[in-house]
Design a protein around this ligand. Structure first.
Ligand code: HEC
Length: 95
């Protein structure tokens, strides 16, 4: 019984992480297609801050995903396609 409970707990944890990893993967494509890399890179500051530094700045903030989705949607034309801010932000926050 304990074993089953542990398996259920592991499965419950693994599902949301799996989804987030998928979003992040899709987000890399969105960021490339949206021209974000003209001003940003993952690890070096360019015109805009590196995505690593953005992830560090928002680390531990529960509302980071929602906040940045809003920001990114209105930022330099936003993500392409428009409804993919979620994926782009998942990519940035997982750096
Ligand atoms: C023309 C240059 C430029 C482009 C293109 C650009 N950015 Fe930025 N970005 C900046 C600059 C400059 C800042 C820092 C100042 C500010 O907040 O606007 C920034 C800040 C950010 C931040 C940090 C916000 C915060 O609260 O710390 C994120 C996240 C971000 N950009 C994501 C993106 C994404 C995703 C795209 C593509 C859809 C993108 N940027 C396209 C210049 C750019």
């Amino acid at each position: 019984m304990k074993r089953i409970m542990a398996l259920v707990a592991i499965a419950a944890l693994a599902i949301p992480f799996g989804v987030q990893a998928q979003d992040a993967k899709a987000g890399e494509g969105v960021i490339k297609a949206s021209g974000c890399l003209k001003c940003h890179s993952v690890s070096a500051d360019k015109d805009g801050p590196s995505y690593k530094s953005v992830a560090a700045k928002y680390k531990g903030q529960a509302d980071a995903q929602a906040k940045l989705e809003k920001f990114v949607s209105g930022h330099h034309g936003g993500p392409k396609p428009k409804d993919k801010a979620k994926d782009a932000v998942a990519f940035i926050l997982s750096r």
